[in-house]
Design a protein around this ligand. Structure first.
Ligand SMILES: C[S@@+](CC[C@H](N)C(=O)[O-])C[C@H]1O[C@@H](n2cnc3c(N)ncnc32)[C@H](O)[C@@H]1O
Length: 263
């Protein structure tokens, strides 16, 4: 891909998603945009830029962002976070709290919010409680996967076998999440780079993991302030193990590596 085209795409992607693409990402962008060229049966990057610029519906931009974003995830990824959730949730339930709002920001194909749902169900009898998990992502492709809730064996490797039998239903070679998990979750498209977000707080806990790595300091800072605003005092923010809030001016206090509390 010509540098000039890369620059146009890089600027557009940053403006529309907050994703920063470094100079070393030309090969990645070329490969991912290549998929869009093939899908649209276009020959040149020039032609693709023209389609993007003329597309008033914004659909091609969504497809480009789908192609660019990295959706790697897994069930019970960074397992100690789920242990932490279990501990805190049982304390909250014991204290008499009845309403719980969790948010998986950048939920990818749903492994994170569904792992969270399983952990909550395994921790307490939630039948008398009002528990909701919101999953959001910028990618329409992954959100469709969340709603479908269907996974193959390879993706389910990190789900303990007794949880698999309890919370998933076999459909041929695949497994579908049971209604119990689907009823606890809601999925919406949301761009984390453009706060304020439309959801109602206060939230009890926010998972914002393995997405801030794609953002520069300015976008990260806006995002973290907004999460702070939406959390209840005493609510928690969990970031990826490779991420931290170091260098950002926030009211969050660290509880342990990659876990923060709103004081
Ligand atoms: C690597 S996945 C992380 C998934 C999950 N949180 C985890 O830790 O396993 C990153 C996700 O961030 C999403 N993403 C990237 N930019 C975004 C933005 N501006 N707003 C919302 N989601 C975004 C991508 O579509 C992708 O699904």
């Amino acid at each position: 891909m010509e540098q000039r085209i890369f620059e146009v795409l890089r600027k557009l992607i940053y403006e529309k998603s907050g994703i920063t693409l470094g100079d070393n990402k030309v090969a990645l962008v070329t490969a991912r945009v290549g998929k869009r060229l093939r899908a649209l049966k276009l020959e040149t990057h020039e032609a693709y830029l023209e389609v993007l610029q003329k597309d008033e519906s914004g659909d091609e931009l969504v497809s480009l962002l789908d192609a660019i974003s990295t959706n790697v995830t897994s069930f019970f990824r960074e397992a100690d976070h789920f242990e932490f959730v279990g501990k805190v949730f049982s304390e909250w339930v014991e204290s008499g709290q009845q309403r719980f709002r969790f948010w998986s920001a950048a939920c990818s194909s749903g492994e994170e919010p569904y792992s969270l749902a399983m952990k909550l169900l395994e921790t307490a009898d939630i039948r008398q409680l009002d528990v909701k998990i919101l999953g959001t992502d910028i990618s329409t492709k992954v959100l469709a996967h969340c709603l479908q809730g269907v996974y193959d064996e390879a993706r389910l490797e990190t789900v303990p076998r007794q949880l698999l039998a309890k919370y998933f239903e076999k459909q041929g070679d695949l497994w579908k999440v049971r209604p119990q998990l689907q009823n606890m979750t809601v999925f919406r498209r949301l761009n984390l780079s453009v706060p304020p977000f439309p959801m109602k707080g206060p939230l009890d806990m926010v998972f914002c993991r393995n997405v801030m790595i794609y953002f520069d300091k300015e976008v990260r800072s806006r995002l973290i302030s907004e999460i702070y605003r939406l959390l209840k005092p005493g609510g928690f923010l969990l970031v990826g193990h490779a991420e931290s809030l170091t260098g950002l001016d926030t009211g969050f206090k660290p509880v342990r590596p990659s876990v923060y509390v709103k004081k």
